[in-house]
Design a protein around this ligand. Structure first.
Ligand code: SAH
Length: 213
């Protein structure tokens, strides 16, 4: 688990790329500059870790593109101490970003293999989410609700109702909605039954899977 000057230099270049694409939140940029993304990937992908691209990880899943991670995180407006839920732990990279921002992070993953790998790996890097859960993100995590923000890191064919209902009033749900291509969507809960919807550009994610093992 080496993090060399070369890696650090490449990481600063990546921060520049993400900034040029329109990310302005300094805390998010700082997190990307700090987290050793190459360690979240297979060693065979080392050279690719600091390109602004998604890459394969275990169980046919992907680590999201850094710009996408930054874009979604910026929309969440995380403050230190926020209660945050992530659906799709995957490599744990997004989880690490949320930890860097000082959030209390709960994260759900439905692939057992990834859940096991990432549960062991994150603490080794010093990241301690409140809880990593092996389960189905469509249900959210009612025991720790309500959340200041919820992020879904897989393409959702529809917006799962439990995620809406587990948001605090004032809370934010960031979710890519669609089948083959997804529209990044932000819901802000304005009242018990009142949600404001904002749509952003198109993104591509692996699917948020339901009822499959
Ligand atoms: N945040 C991750 C992205 C991983 S890709 C990262 O940066 O590495 C999306 C992840 O969502 C995959 O790991 C996939 O297994 C997971 N996923 C898909 N459907 C899910 C569901 N219903 N509940 C929880 N996780 C799910």
């Amino acid at each position: 688990m080496k993090d060399t000057f070369k890696h650090k230099g490449l990481r600063q270049q990546l921060v520049g790329i993400v900034k040029d694409k329109g990310i302005t939140d300094e805390k998010v940029l700082k997190a990307i500059g700090k987290i050793p993304r190459h360690l979240f990937m297979d060693s065979s992908f080392l050279d690719h870790a600091y390109q602004d691209k998604a890459f394969p990880i275990a169980a046919d899943q992907t680590i999201s593109q850094p710009y996408t991670v930054a874009f979604q995180t910026e929309l969440m407006q995380v403050k230190p101490g926020d209660n945050v839920l992530e659906i799709g732990t995957g490599s744990g990279y997004q989880t690490a970003v949320l930890c860097e921002l000082g959030a209390k992070v709960f994260s759900i993953e439905r692939q057992l293999e990834l859940f096991k790998i990432t549960s062991k790996f994150l603490p080794k890097l010093g990241y301690r989410p409140k809880k990593l859960i092996f389960g189905d993100g469509y249900k959210g995590l009612v025991t720790e609700a309500p959340y200041d923000s919820i992020i879904v890191t897989a393409g959702a064919p529809f917006v799962p109702k439990p995620l809406m209902s587990q948001l605090k009033v004032g809370g934010r749900l960031v979710i890519p909605v669609g089948d083959k291509v997804q529209t990044m969507t932000l819901f802000i809960r304005k009242g018990p039954k009142d949600f404001e919807k904002h749509e952003f550009g198109e993104f591509r994610f692996v699917p948020l899977l339901e009822d499959k093992n």
